[in-house]
Design a protein around this ligand. Structure first.
Ligand SMILES: Cc1cc2nc3c(=O)[nH]c(=O)nc-3n(C[C@H](O)[C@H](O)[C@H](O)COP(=O)(O)O)c2cc1C
Length: 210
């Protein structure tokens, strides 16, 4: 199947059947998220993978009681950094130097530029920026899930503060940004499964400037 066929196959499943997604598929979906591009390569987020049914049950009531929270196989929580700190910025620059095995003046100047900017900014502004980066990985995970024949329901309908408290995210300098239940559609219980996908026409989306 071509990529576009897979993207047409996918939809935001409203009901899942509780079947377990094999770990190799989950691993490839997470790897796609890890490979997502991010601003300055900082990857300012973490992904929490919830398999534990009791934790899913706790999250469901603070996520509009959406059934996919408990009927999914793995619940991914994309949690963004609560702010950018010097340590967090240095971590990724040092990691780059370690992996590549050399230091580069231009790269070090760029590190200093970021150190002189992000940590001085308002935490909320930094969190919003980090959240945008998390969404890039989130989107890549959605596409990768479709590629694997796994259903995924992008989910913003939840109380982030409550999810943060359940998972102890604030203590780790993280805040939940968006959720992604992964599993398999329950066709006979899903009102959306047979409805035609609706997207605005290309001409309303794209402007070409020759
Ligand atoms: C960031 C984001 C948040 C969403 N939140 C929810 C949600 O809380 N519950 C839900 O049922 N669908 C949610 N959706 C699904 C959208 O309604 C759905 O993707 C959109 O209508 C397009 O339909 P399709 O994904 O089925 O093609 C969300 C989608 C995105 C991208």
């Amino acid at each position: 199947m071509e990529l576009l066929d897979k993207l047409n196959w996918r939809y935001a499943a409203k009901a899942m059947n509780g079947e377990t997604v094999p770990e190799d598929k989950i691993g490839r979906i997470l790897e796609a998220a890890r490979l997502a591009p991010t601003s300055s390569g900082l990857q300012p987020f973490e992904i929490i993978v919830i398999k534990n049914q009791a934790i899913k049950e706790k999250i469901k009531p603070v996520a509009w009681n959406q059934s996919v929270i408990t009927d999914c196989s793995h619940l991914l929580v994309f949690a963004a950094w609560d702010t950018y700190t010097a340590d967090r910025i240095n971590y990724i620059f040092d990691l780059t130097n370690d992996i590549r095995g050399f230091k580069n003046e231009g790269w070090e100047n760029y590190r200093q530029m970021l150190l002189n900017s992000y940590p001085q900014k308002d935490a909320e502004e930094n969190f919003n920026h980090a959240t945008k980066q998390a969404y890039i990985a989130f989107s890549q995970a959605i596409s990768a899930a479709a590629f694997e024949g796994v259903d995924a329901t992008p989910l913003e309908g939840f109380d982030p503060a409550a999810v943060d408290a359940i998972l102890g995210l604030r203590e780790k300098g993280l805040r939940s940004a968006v959720l992604l239940p992964l599993g398999y559609r329950k066709e006979d219980k899903d009102w959306l499964v047979n409805l035609v996908k609706v997207r605005k026409p290309m001409e309303d989306l794209v402007t070409v400037i020759d």
